[in-house]
Design a binder for this molecule. Structure first.
Ligand code: ZEM
Length: 269
């Protein structure tokens, strides 16, 4: 019997996180985004989408405009897949997000293996991920479809403490915090503490800038300030790191499990 050693995979992921030439010196943020986009296609009504099939391997899903730039994340992980060829893409991509968050100072995320790569017919339709131009109604519609509550949605958006927007990927530009490779409460702190104004980019997109034009928010991020129900939770997380970490770990762990059907995987090819 072969022993599948996920701890060795974890170590191998950890070893490639720091990449001095890439963005702010770490591929952690884009790995977190890969884990989220692989999972966030889930639809609880039809029980389709989610991370189980590793379906972003297929061009239809890889070319969903929402997934622009995630080819970088997948390419960084490919040598690890080649080395441990027994691991499924769904397990590798979700585990990479977990290792990245933990290595950047975030909470321990519950994670279980057992995803299985599926054939192309399992690819979910494009357009299931949230649109950055939209507000609270759209955000609720998308995350309720996955089965999340308002509190879980706010916890999850706290991941925007990490990384940045890239003009050649989403069209937006800049980062949300001054510490884009550390997992912390800074997204909520900056959202509530700084004064935000609209800023039109040359490509026509509108984002928000702070008074120093140092940080940015997407229109969808601003919805967490404008919607009273969301704002109440934002304020809790801005002042209480422990509560944010606990809630985030549970919500992100739940996200990675959406649509994972271990019983089916054990019986079907
Ligand atoms: Zn994001 N996200 N996201 N997000 N996201 C971007 C980048 C990152 C939205 C969104 O439109 C965008 C969640 C929710 C939502 C991360 C994690 C998570 C970018 C920039 C956009 C436009 C992409 C680029 O140009 O590279 C919207 C509208 C969301 C919900 C309303 C959730 C939930 C996340 C994880 C739990 C991360 C880590 C990044 C930074 C990626 C990087 O490459 O630095």
């Amino acid at each position: 019997m072969t022993i599948h050693d996920y701890d060795v995979v974890r170590q191998d992921i950890k070893a490639i996180l720091l990449q001095p030439g890439y963005d702010d010196g770490s591929i952690g943020p884009v790995l977190v985004r890969l884990a989220w986009h692989a999972s966030g296609t889930y639809d609880k009504t039809t029980k389709t989408g989610g991370s189980d099939g590793g379906t972003m391997r297929y061009s239809i899903e890889a070319n969903d405009p929402a997934n622009a730039g995630l080819d970088h994340a997948r390419a960084f992980l490919e040598p690890i897949k080649q080395k441990h060829d027994w691991i499924s893409y769904g397990d590798l991509w979700t585990l990479a997000g977990v290792v990245a968050i933990e290595s950047m100072g975030g909470p321990t995320i519950p994670w279980k293996h057992g995803r299985k790569d599926k054939v192309e017919s399992a690819v979910p339709p494009n357009g299931r991920l949230p649109n950055a131009e939209e507000g609270a109604d759209h955000i609720r519609q998308v995350f309720y479809r996955m089965g999340f509550t308002d509190r879980e949605i706010v916890a999850l958006i706290g991941a925007h403490c990490l990384g940045r927007c890239h003009g050649d990927r989403s069209g937006y530009e800049g980062k949300w915090t001054l510490t884009p490779t550390r997992f912390n409460t800074q997204f909520f702190v900056m959202l509530t503490k700084r004064n935000w104004h609209e800023k039109k980019l040359e490509n026509g997109l509108v984002q928000y800038a702070d008074e120093k034009d140092q940080l940015m928010m997407l229109p969808a991020d601003m919805a967490f300030l404008y919607d009273p129900g969301f704002k109440e939770i934002v304020e809790i997380y801005a002042r209480d790191k422990q509560t944010f970490f606990e809630d985030f770990a549970a919500a992100f762990g739940k996200l990675l499990e959406l649509g994972v059907n271990r019983e089916d995987n054990a019986t079907k090819l």
